[in-house]
Design a protein around this ligand. Structure first.
Ligand code: XIL
Length: 313
């Protein structure tokens, strides 16, 4: 059986996984990450708190490690993430900055991080989760200090740092058509109208089995119609534990629907799943009683969801 990455390559699609750099010591993890995926995203190692925990003190060990791994294995890298309210070191989160100071801090962080990996990381989630579930801009040091303009400003800084990189904004609960994705649709139109360098939108795709929005394809299409690249950037489809055969089969149908929705729209460039194995997925730690959200199980065996992706590609 061909690995997923070969099937995706034949269609020019990204089939990625979020990878934890520190797990690459484990043989099964490393083997699966290399064999199945043609793209990787740093699960945590490129976030602000990892890269610049203290002002001006950068730390690249985890980030570099995965970049090297990707190069050894002929994988693309999607950069995650530059400007986000979460996993932000306290010197930024609680910093009492003037707009000019915060602008300098952001320019430094974006410029240094993207600059280091210029030519190696081809696309970036420049801004992650700027809008909340109430469809309003979320409170953050960025929004408090710079207003809504922080999104356009971040994109401009990113374009200046690496003119060749594809620049995304990325969020969850915007996979289907709803108030939050409508807010993104407006934000995207607004950014494009003012000439801000936005190239794509990431639908994270943290979904619940049996509740995949029925209008995903229509939603992908409307963003693609704006001229944007759409990616499913963090796909996982969680279930209530314990796992049963029936739940695995439902989950497989759910994966089929998401992958087919992307395949049906030429502007959708691929899918990244948020983890290599259920053994290390973020889901059980963040959603009480839920898990088994990925295509590969805790023992690195392919699940029905894996075979449904295989068949869809
Ligand atoms: C998660 C990681 O998977 C966890 O290891 C970490 O503890 C918290 O963040 N949306 C995102 C990702 O954009 O960065 C998050 O990743 C999952 C939700």
């Amino acid at each position: 059986q061909a690995p997923l990455r070969d099937l995706a390559d034949q269609q020019g699609l990204r089939m990625g996984a979020a990878v934890a750099a520190h797990r690459l010591d484990e043989a099964d993890y490393r083997r699966t990450a290399a064999a199945e995926f043609n793209s990787v995203t740093h699960e945590n190692a490129l976030k602000w708190e990892s890269v610049q925990p203290q002002r001006g003190q950068y730390s690249w060990s985890g980030a570099d490690r995965l970049v090297e791994f990707a190069q050894q294995n002929g994988q693309r890298i999607h950069g995650h993430t530059l400007v986000w309210h979460s996993q932000l070191p306290s010197w930024v989160e609680n910093g009492d900055f003037t707009p000019a100071e915060l602008t300098r801090v952001m320019e430094d962080h974006i410029g240094t991080t993207m600059g280091r990996y210029r030519g190696q990381i081809g696309s970036w989630d420049v801004v992650n989760e700027p809008i909340g579930d109430d469809a309003q801009f979320r409170d953050s040091v960025f929004h408090r200090t710079l207003g809504e303009d922080f999104v356009a400003e971040s994109l401009r800084m990113a374009r200046a740092a690496d003119p060749d990189a594809t620049l995304f904004i990325n969020d969850y609960n915007i996979d289907g058509i709803n108030a939050k994705s409508d807010a993104y649709y407006e934000l995207a139109q607004d950014l494009l109208a003012q000439g801000a360098p936005l190239d794509g939108i990431g639908f994270q795709g943290h979904l619940v089995s049996g509740q995949v929005p029925s209008d995903i394809q229509r939603n992908i299409q409307r963003f693609a119609d704006l001229g944007l690249e759409v990616m499913i950037t963090e796909l996982d489809i969680r279930m209530q534990l314990p796992v049963t055969q029936q739940k695995l089969e439902q989950q497989a149908r759910d994966y089929t629907r998401v992958v087919n929705a992307c395949l049906a729209v030429p502007g959708c460039s691929g899918v990244t799943v948020w983890g290599v194995t259920d053994a290390y997925s973020w889901v059980p730690d963040h959603f009480d009683g839920q898990g088994a959200a990925l295509p590969v199980d805790e023992d690195y065996a392919p699940k029905p969801a894996y075979w449904s992706i295989h068949e869809a590609l």
